[in-house]
Design a protein. Structure first.
Length: 313
């Protein structure tokens, strides 16, 4: 139960401070440290001249190396901490950089503000920092859709999932999950370079996010202004998404706001024909991003409250 308390501390510190820019300038961020390690493994082990089977085996080995190293570091740090309340607080502070509570909110709000003011160019620039689709092809509805989808999916990947694994296993759990998620974001792509080498990273991430994605969806349902629509949309449309996990929070958010999400989009100049979530609903607008942020804030408060009850009741 001390692990759950530590996650409450981590969420509280991140909500108050985020990850300050001056600190990032001095030491970077744990995710950037992981990124450098993954990039080095990718550069050395992912050789185009190797056959696909060997590249897949190399990807399995590289993913396991990064995950095991992260878990071991978390275990060593945790074993050095004193017991009792001091351990809970220190563990929460160490877990703080791995919970992107404030960063996600601020990045999505940075899209809503110019879009609300009619500054399409500014909104496109802001949304390009959080999604991979081509911003030049996005109108107001496309920008709002991209921001809301990013909010829903990253609420699961960036907050609920790390907190979930941290509450179960402490620092080894949250560090191990962050390694898994960073591996997936860097090499878990369906592309010529990573189709074989990133196979293990993508599959492990799917497993690690299975429960957190569904938990995030249900948190959105509970706090939705349109609760029955959110639940209906999630249970009906979540499995239509290309991802086995992202569809749950995204479909719940689509129903909660009464808008349609996903659908066709353009990545790197190539059109992809994705199915709609909540097809038949209206397109989202700038105001819907603000309403989505309200649902997000309430859901994260509920999550923190649930963890606090587990830890301190």
């Amino acid at each position: 139960m001390g692990f759950a308390g530590a996650m409450v501390v981590a969420m509280a510190v991140d909500a108050l401070l985020g990850w300050p820019s001056w600190l990032f300038a001095r030491i970077g961020h744990p995710v950037t440290w992981l990124g450098r390690l993954i990039g080095a493994i990718d550069a050395v082990w992912n050789r185009r001249s190797d056959p696909p089977a060997l590249r897949r085996a190399a990807g399995v080995g590289g993913a396991l190396l990064v995950i095991v190293m992260s878990v071991v570091i978390g275990w060593v740090l945790q074993s050095l901490l004193p017991s009792g309340w001091v351990q809970i607080v220190l563990m929460g502070v160490l877990a703080w950089p791995l919970v992107a509570l404030r960063s996600l909110h601020d990045h999505v709000a940075a899209v809503a503000n110019p879009l609300r003011a009619g500054d399409i160019a500014g909104a496109r620039a802001a949304v390009s920092r959080i999604v991979g689709r081509d911003p030049a092809a996005l109108d107001e509805a496309g920008i709002a859709r991209a921001a809301i989808e990013s909010l829903a999916e990253n609420a699961s990947d960036g907050i609920v999932a790390p907190v979930f694994w941290g509450a179960l296993f402490g620092l080894p759990g949250i560090l191990g999950y962050k390694a898994i998620n960073t591996l997936d974001s860097m090499i878990g792509h369906r592309s010529e370079r990573y189709d074989a080498f990133g196979w293990a990273a993508a599959r492990i991430d799917d497993v690690a996010n299975f429960i957190p994605a569904r938990l995030t969806g249900f948190l959105f349902v509970l706090l939705a202004p349109r609760r029955s629509e959110a639940l209906s949309c999630m249970t009906r449309d979540a499995r239509r998404h290309r991802s086995p996990n992202a569809g749950w929070p995204e479909a719940a958010m689509a129903g909660a706001l009464g808008v349609r999400l996903s659908g066709p989009r353009i990545y790197h100049g190539r059109a992809t024909d994705e199915p709609w979530l909540n097809e038949g609903a209206r397109d989202p607008l700038a105001a819907d991003i603000g309403e989505g942020l309200t649902v997000y804030r309430r859901a994260m408060l509920l999550l923190a409250g649930m963890l606090a009850i587990l830890a301190f009741a």
